[in-house]
Design a protein around this ligand. Structure first.
Ligand SMILES: [Zn+2]
Length: 56
């Protein structure tokens, strides 16, 4: 799961959009992480940033 999450996040760094896009999670599924692939996950680094700002 950790490796799948890293691939997901690297795909964002490589340019996959966040928000309502499913691109990063889909790419992780296509990179050998089918068991970890979650069709319900939407990418959102921006939302995570806002969440972290709210915690601070
Ligand atoms: Zn994401």
């Amino acid at each position: 799961m950790t490796a799948a999450t890293l691939v997901h996040e690297f795909v964002h760094i490589a340019g996959a959009p966040g928000g309502n896009s499913h691109a990063a999670e889909k790419a992780a599924g296509k990179c050998g992480f089918k068991p970890q692939y979650n069709p319900l996950i939407l990418g959102s680094i921006e939302a995570l940033g806002k969440q972290l700002e709210n915690l601070a």
